[in-house]
Ligand binder design. Structure first.
Ligand SMILES: O=C(O)CO[C@@H](C(=O)O)[C@@H](OCCCCCc1ccc2ccccc2c1)C(=O)NCCCCCc1ccc2ccccc2c1
Ligand SMILES: [Mg+2]
Ligand SMILES: [Mg+2]
Length: 348
């Protein structure tokens, strides 16, 4: 679809999108114009909110109220925030938030309402976790907390995208009553990132790995970076990957219910990147050393092969086999991984 830029602020918003997201900018640019600006602004507003959440130099006294009231900034036309530390990665979306606001107010009121509602819920969910000191240093406590945190930062994005797609008649209305499918779209992506970001998050002084899982393999989360604990660390990654695979069935059902081609690509590409990333981090000692990324060549192949539903199924089937074959017999979850991969292969 050709991109018609009609204002300086719109141009600035597309520039912000490119600057703050390698993966999502490309797929958002491909969207049908009816939804492209709404989803681009939905992304930028939530990335601004996440930049506040991620910035460990903002003290909780300021951060918590800012997260809880962030949706109210959408009612203004000129709010910006420059309270960030100099090095925060995406601080530019906060500094230029007025550009986002100008374009946001041009959206159909129905689209504005979806964005404001999700921003309100996400901001309050993030704030709930900032207060929990336990969460910062030892990950989230239970698997239930893990799912709830991922609901706030990613499940809600799925909910908003589904509401926008159905409002534009690009997706089956049944997706509204079966919101658990949209939830899984977000949780699969977020859980994959959390597993991958072990080192990066610990270096930031926080973790999102649930203690109910890692506590089975070590008394202290940081121990996995010591060579003598490598086997325990790899067994823990398997357990977390097994938990993330629990969302695959819903992801594949969700994708089968999207009729608009550009919306399908937008939804499918992050998911195929995630299953490839899960296969990459599975049984991979480098996870405890650095941020493991899939190769550029793999990314291109994934994008080319995920333009049809059959192509997506073939990619998932391939990486489920990779995970199954990579699993050592000594892994305590060896059988469960085999059963889960087998189950999903059946489904595919
Ligand atoms: O700071 C970073 O770079 C990474 O931050 C992570 C974190 O801090 O945990 C974390 O921040 C989460 C809070 C802000 C969410 C921002 C977002 C992301 C993608 C979008 C896609 C389309 C529209 C709006 C979107 C909004 C993050 O970016 N995690 C990546 C996974 C989030 C997936 C969201 C999502 C959910 C369902 C989807 C369904 C279809 C297509 C894309 C989808 C995308
Ligand atoms: Mg972030
Ligand atoms: Mg965050």
């Amino acid at each position: 679809y050709p991109l018609e830029i009609t204002s300086e602020s719109e141009r600035n918003c597309y520039a912000l999108l490119k600057k703050t997201s390698r993966s999502f900018a490309a797929v958002i640019m491909e969207l049908n114009p009816e939804l492209r600006n709404a989803i681009m602004l939905f992304y930028l507003v939530l990335r601004a909110l996440d930049t506040v959440e991620d910035d460990m130099t903002i003290d909780p006294e300021t951060k918590v109220p800012l997260l809880r009231t962030f949706d109210s900034k959408l009612l203004t036309k000129d709010w910006t925030f420059d309270g960030n530390g100099p090095n925060e990665k995406d601080r530019i979306v906060l500094v230029q938030f007025d550009q986002i606001l100008i374009e946001y107010h041009k959206l159909k009121p129905q689209y504005q309402d979806v964005i404001k509602d999700i921003t309100h819920k996400m901001g309050n969910g993030m704030a709930d976790y900032i207060n929990d000191k336990e969460f910062n240093l030892n990950g989230v406590a239970t698997i239930k907390d893990y799912d709830l945190y991922c609901h706030y930062v990613a499940g809600l994005v799925g909910e908003g995208l589904t509401k926008l797609s159905v409002a534009a008649e690009f997706g089956a209305p049944s997706l509204i009553k079966d919101m658990y499918l949209s939830e899984s779209m977000g949780l699969f992506l977020q859980k994959t990132n959390i597993i991958r970001d072990y080192k990066e998050d610990l270096d930031d002084g926080r973790s999102f790995w649930p203690k109910e899982i890692w506590g089975k393999y070590t008394p202290e989360l940081v121990n996995f970076s010591k060579p003598e604990n490598l086997k325990d660390g790899l067994d823990c990654i398997s357990d977390l990957v097994l938990n993330a695979l629990g969302h695959v069935r819903d992801v594949l059902v969700y994708l089968s219910l999207i009729y608009d081609n550009s919306t399908f690509n937008f939804c499918a590409i992050p998911q195929v990147m995630a299953i490839a990333t899960l296969a990459e981090v599975f049984n991979n000692p480098l996870v405890f050393k650095k941020n493991v990324k899939i190769r550029k060549g793999t990314t291109c192949k994934l994008i080319l092969n995920s333009r049809t539903y059959e192509g997506v199924l073939a990619i998932f089937s391939q990486y489920l086999r990779v995970i199954h074959h990579k699993c050592p017999v000594s892994d305590p979850n060896y059988l469960k991984i085999g059963i889960k991969c087998g189950e999903l292969e059946q489904f595919i």
